[in-house]
Design a protein around this ligand. Sequence first.
Ligand SMILES: [Zn+2]
Length: 481
Amino acid sequence: MKAAESQQGISRFGSWDVAIFSLLRAARSSRFVADPIARSSATPVELQSDPASWDRLAPTSKEDVLADQRARPPYGSRPCLPVKSIGLIVESSGSSGSDKEIHYVGRQDMARIRRSWAEQMRRLGISASDVVAFTFPIGMSGGGIKHSRAYEELGAKLLRIAHLSTEDKLSVMAYFRASVLVATPAYLDRLAFAARETGKALHDLGLRKVLTATQSVTVEWVRGIQESAGVKLYEWYGTSSGLAAFTCSEGMVNSRAGRGTLHWGPASALIEVADPVTGACVADGEKGDVIGTPLFSQAEGLFRFRTGDEVTFVAPGACLCGSSEPGIQNGTVRRLDDMFKIKGSNVWPSKCESVIFGFDEVEDYRVRIRLDDDRRERVKLEVRTSVAPPDLAVRIEDSLRRRTGLKFEVVVRASGADWEQSTSGEAGKVKRWIDERSGASLQPPPRQTDRENERAPTRRAQPRIGHRAGTPRSAPTSATL
Ligand SMILES: [Zn+2]
């Protein structure tokens, strides 16, 4: 079933009438909204009268949002409500202030988001009886606070344990008999490992359900951790721009041992899963890019926003749960801009590369993200140089820590023959970064042949790292956490 043949008789999945009403209203008060309409091949009259003209509206990019903020700080020209009516300001996570999108939610919409998220949790069986162990910080990003408000709405108890050590988190979870855990896949691995070290599975502490996000994972990894930890895994997908989708009761791995579905409510967002070349909506089971319009968004004019996420579309009715809501496949959301989520932080290889190659001594490098024997996330950087001052590794480590907030373990090599990364056949620009965290190795095989890789230049000639369709690594989503 194609998206264009949706039951609403429109070309996208979402409440088009709400979207078009919001668009025309926002355009009256915001140049940020009016300008794309002016650039579009569809007139306001056509947009209002013909749902099929929606995809002729020029999309909005992250760069548009950032440029708007820089031109008119702090909110840009997007606000459609006065500041007194804004209920929440959120930022996307980024490695510096200038990289962060700022989004805002009206007070009325915040109440709707709270109810909508709570309803999704309710479908998973989460209720006032549950105690939720929350391992993400509740900071400026949107996911933390939206989760928090949703559990408030349900009456569930939220254990705010992000600041605690792994051992202390487990102690608190056991003491309060936490039944729900919210954690990244990598951190779930770490918690499960630490619990096993004490002779217990997470189930023994009282845990029954886990909500996760930010990393793509294999079916085998989900099944493995479900069996070993005695819990059921669910996922959510969220963006700082206000899009959200949640796994249904089938879970991340469904009752036929296949991948489950993240559904979104057509009342909450109009989401297009579009072919990156033709722009046409893809069919059930096909990959496409997410272009989304949040509908709980009276405060901010944001329409047809390119998220930079690649997903696999699930048509209404295709999920085993029988829902008429459309969705995206669990565990396979993939960033298209090469971002990695490491210890909860967004890390862009291109930004790290500019730091690494800022040192003239560095001729080439490799980065490996992995879990150590204690299942802690580690980042190792090997740099190749023929003239290594004794303090080179320390200076690179300091610079990367300032840029990303993360500790890189830096090792200097005299020859590329000494690269530690031989497991995935790394070579060439597209494979300088690999992610070996558990359950994170589902990406398709690389397009380049070994011969092509051998010819790949080693320094600066090709600054873009990674490839939209061929990078063999885990791919974090743009989840707001
Ligand atoms: Zn479903």
